[in-house]
Design a protein around this ligand. Sequence first.
Ligand code: PLP
Length: 402
Amino acid sequence: MFPIPYGRQDIRPEDLQAVAEALQSDFLTQGPKIAEFETAFAAYIGAPYAVAVANGTAALHLAVLALGLQPGDLVITSPITFAASGNCALYAGATVLFAETDEVGTILPEAIQALFEQHGSKIKGIIPVDFAGRPADLPRIRSIANQYGAWVLEDACHAPGAERQGLNKFRCGDGSLADAAIFSFHPVKHIACGEGGMITTANPEVYQRLLTLRTHGITRDQTRFSNPPSLADASLNNSDAYPLWYMEMQELGYNYRLTDMQAALGLSQLNRAESGLQRRKEIARFYHTQLQGIGDLQLPHADSEEETEAHAWHLYVIRTQQRKALYDYLREKQIFAQVHYFPLHLMPHYRTAFGYGPGLFPKAEQFYQECLSIPMYPSLSQEQLMHVVHSIRSFFQENPSA
Ligand SMILES: Cc1ncc(COP(=O)(O)O)c(C=O)c1O
């Protein structure tokens, strides 16, 4: 029963079996499990291509490079996100601009539009975040990007399986609106590989570039070689075929590969992704009903079944002006809530590098002051859920809001 963290992995006997089989196979890395995982993940997300990488941060880094980000370019992301959503642009020598968020921490299209009106086509890309699992407003973001010839890289780490219905139907990461999307397989995410990440895209050139960048910028594809065969082996004429050992490093890439053991674990976890997602929605509905009308608590989308259904519920983020006291109270009850996220523009590195400071994004900063992520993961038992609900209720009984 205890402790109850805000999120945790769910490892079952079939996962252990899958990893053991990979360990006993001929390949620990660069083997067949990688492509198998990519194909299965692409099918789940509904994207034409998927590239597996070492973690979500590596996915972001490779994606911005494959989309053509250059030193000195400008990129927009959300202040309410994990550091990696902005850091990937810094790795490429670009500058990060932030756009204000709404009351649930989702990036606002109108704030993105305002930044383009100010900076024009110096902004090369937008990295919207599907914060907590709620799809960002990709249709509007896409149309703003189109006006200025910018790309859209969706940070869908929180949102595998999230899907909007209706006229502007899309599934997060499906490649229909964003140029590419990225996912993380950190243990608190929907699919756990320990470390792991994935990039999805519908663009075949971006896909090819990602494959090369993932492995040092090296290709084994003879049709792309630029050195003559005689340089590969002095006995050859330039009309001969290249020797089979030959490969070319054509640009500067990285070793951002996933191992076969991680891919095997990811594949096994992917079999339960849909049932896990449905369980998360069930837990969200349970919280919606059990925590309604308590103190000054604001619940995420409790009054909208449409939003609840579209959401992937990586996090269930409540808001209260008594956040710190509630956090401490829950810890005493062995419930380890968490805060997502301290605004990225207020991190010392961003303040020093770009001169950002408090007051620039009042809604995001107020969101941060009040937000608390309470436990949300498929293996939470009913007993654990009741303990969370009772503890929150008793906190507000003992500490009525002013
Ligand atoms: C929104 C977001 N973006 C990027 C990342 C980076 O993923 P990883 O930890 O796999 O590098 C994370 C994960 O922590 C995340 O939550």
